[in-house]
Design a binder for this molecule. Structure first.
Ligand SMILES: [Zn+2]
Length: 327
């Protein structure tokens, strides 16, 4: 379904189609997967599948309903976005949704709430939403998105149908990126570096420093794995004077360390979200979960400090020596 630019991900598409065809649509979904994979596109795809006038479980992209969803003007598809300080949903935002949900849809069969980026939402706010997920009105469909399933309360997870979005193959990624008008050579280079994550490739092609940040993150991870203090210092010093880039690297590094923690955790489901998954696995082999957690805390502490205008050079030196201390 090209008009929704949602490529591959057949398991998700077939699940939705089968629900619509059988007339057994569930009331709540969670779409999860790393940044850039198209979780919000998937949410629109699901909304359109449920509301398309063709009613065959595949959005036609041409009917009035599909067109309104493509233009984000469908009165029964409501988008929420987090407005809290750490990218979280405030409790009031979610309460409002719960209250509003009992109102009947305007034109479609369903009233669909797309509540994207739930990752940083705190427990009380999630609990406010839980009521709606436990007892949704028949006409109401809630689509949550998050990078990781573990960001949500187990009570929510147990009541939603979880669907993952995944990287697409090189051909689909190239096709998707060509539509934005980038040149083929640049596109290929972005896919080589970042894989089939359309969103991340797009950020790179838009000139955001993601590739440099990814490279530096990889080098720092390798330096931590080999406990090479000199190399670590050298990589961190590359960042001197570049605040935005530093924050980007530290966030990417956080993801790698968090992945390493989840590799060492005793759980069946191990979803890795970082851009350097091999590094995370190696890191988990080299350091204990406790050490990984300490490193994670050091990095998040300095992200906060740098964000509130702490001295960058001092912060970089301090991170380096605190990580060395932990190792
Ligand atoms: Zn349609």
């Amino acid at each position: 379904m090209d008009s929704f630019s949602f490529y591959e991900n057949d398991i998700l598409k077939n699940t939705i189609r089968s629900m619509v065809v059988k007339g057994r649509v569930v009331n709540s979904f969670l779409i999860y997967g790393e940044k850039g994979l198209g979780k919000k596109t998937a949410a629109d795809y699901i909304a359109a599948s449920l509301l398309c006038e063709e009613e065959n479980g595949v959005p036609c992209g041409k009917c009035k309903s599909c067109k309104m969803i493509l233009h984000k003007t469908h009165p029964d598809v409501i988008y929420a976005s987090p407005s809290g300080k750490i990218g979280n949903y405030k409790i009031d935002t979610l309460r409002e949704i719960v209250e509003n949900a009992s109102v009947m849809p305007n034109e479609g069969k369903f009233k669909i709430y797309i509540i994207a980026d739930m990752d940083n939402t705190l427990v009380p706010a999630q609990n406010a939403l839980l009521k709606l997920i436990e007892e949704p009105p028949d006409h109401c469909v809630i689509i949550l998105t998050a990078q990781s399933r573990s960001s949500l309360l187990p009570t929510i997870i147990s009541r939603v149908v979880s669907l993952s979005v995944n990287e697409v193959n090189k051909a689909s990624c190239e096709k998707a990126l060509l539509q934005y008008g980038y040149n083929t050579e640049d596109i290929r280079k972005s896919i080589e570096t970042l894989g089939g994550n359309i969103g991340k490739c797009k950020s790179y092609l838009d000139g955001e420093d993601i590739v440099d940040a990814v490279t530096i993150t990889k080098n720092i991870t390798d330096a931590i794995i080999s406990s090479d203090e000199y190399l670590m210092l050298k990589e961190f010093s590359e960042l001197t004077g570049a605040k935005t880039m530093t924050l980007q690297v530290l966030r990417l590094l956080c993801e790698v360390v968090r992945d390493a923690m989840s590799v060492s955790a005793d759980c069946d489901e191990k979803i890795l979200i970082s851009t350097y998954k091999n590094g995370a696995v190696k890191l988990a082999e080299h350091i204990s979960k406790t050490k990984a957690r300490k490193i994670y805390l050091v990095i998040t502490k300095y992200i906060e400090r740098i964000n509130s205008n702490g001295n960058l050079t001092l912060a970089l030196n301090a991170i380096c020596s605190e990580i060395k201390e932990i190792l």
